[in-house]
Design a protein around this ligand. Structure first.
Ligand code: HBI
Ligand code: FE
Length: 296
């Protein structure tokens, strides 16, 4: 049976009505996954693994293999947790879906990564508007085995819990940082730019577009600039930011953010497609196919 997630309510936000799920932690109902669920996992896994050779960072693919993730079946959180706990002290917890920011931050701050327990339906193969099990498990989990990135994710959560006291602008700035690194980040390697952002790794079209299309900008990571840069939630990104290493990302975000929030307060946000004179430009996009609006 294709169990469907239990939505508890729809929240009216400036982005319209978004589904807000219960924040409860749910045991992965592994035995309830249907043959269709496993087949959707297999198809997505096979397709992404073919695409990501030479596009994802090699360590990402090696780690996925080392964790025993394969196309045969949906991985069991318990199996992955044994490896994660031993290596970086992280563990996966099952959730219904998107969590309120503070709840999400609190999980990360305690090295718990929330993973949606259900997987998309076959008709949603190419796009769905919220993170499902494939996005979270395939995209996010392997990098939690990297000690430096694991530290970054916990520091991000701790920063998020602290930011909650700084109000909505700080929260928006932190969400942009997550978006342009954890979800849509690129990294420099000796072989060229590679993908590490889960939002790209779990997306067929964007895995190709982010590295090979002339349309998007590819700019060097710069913390405060990223915290001001708006983004798209419904199409490919107009700009990708490139880190030199996970260590560099961790170092850049180690300082306390309070003075940064103070400096950024009241500064205008930057449109997603803009390139600044101060930017380190790997590629200046042509902007082909962009619509002017759509940034959040
Ligand atoms: N909830 N389950 C889940 N997964 C996410 O990735 C997530 C979330 N809530 C909020 C959120 N991400 C982002 O807004 C973070 O920047 C906070
Ligand atoms: Fe995600």
């Amino acid at each position: 049976m294709n169990a469907t997630p239990r939505r508890v309510e729809h929240l009216q936000t400036d982005k319209g009505s978004v589904p807000v799920y219960t924040t409860a932690v749910i045991e992965q109902p592994w035995s309830s996954y249907s043959a269709t669920d496993h087949a959707v996992w297999a198809q997505l896994f096979r397709r992404q693994r073919e695409l990501l050779v030479g596009r994802a960072e090699d360590e990402f693919l090696r780690t996925q293999d080392a964790m025993g993730m394969g196309e045969e079946r949906i991985p069991k959180f318990d199996d992955l947790n044994r490896m994660l706990r031993a290596r970086t002290g992280w563990e996966l917890v099952g959730v219904e879906g998107l969590l309120p920011e503070l709840t999400f931050f609190e999980h990360l701050a305690h090295r718990r990564f929330p993973v949606t327990w259900w997987i998309r339906r076959p008709e949603q193969l190419d796009y769905l508007s919220e993170p499902d099990l494939f996005h979270d498990l395939f995209g996010h989990v392997p990098l939690l085995m990297n000690p430096v990135f694991a530290d970054y994710m916990q520091a991000y959560g701790q920063g998020g819990v602290r930011a909650h006291g700084f109000g909505p602008e700080a929260l928006a700035q932190l969400t942009r940082l997550y978006w342009y690194t954890v979800e849509f980040g690129l990294i420099r390697t000796a072989a060229g730019l590679r993908i590490y952002g889960a939002g790209i790794l779990s997306s067929k079209g964007e895995s190709i577009y982010c590295l090979e299309s002339a349309a998007p900008n590819r700019l060097g990571f710069e913390l405060e600039r990223i915290m001001r840069t708006r983004y798209r939630i419904d199409t490919y990104q107009k700009t990708y930011f490139v880190i030199d290493s996970y260590e560099a990302l961790m170092e850049a975000t180690r300082p306390d953010f309070a003075p940064i929030y103070a400096r950024l307060a009241g500064q205008p946000t930057i449109p997603a497609g803009e390139v600044l004179d101060s930017d380190r430009v790997f590629h200046r996009g042509t902007g082909e196919g962009w619509s002017k609006d759509g940034d959040v």
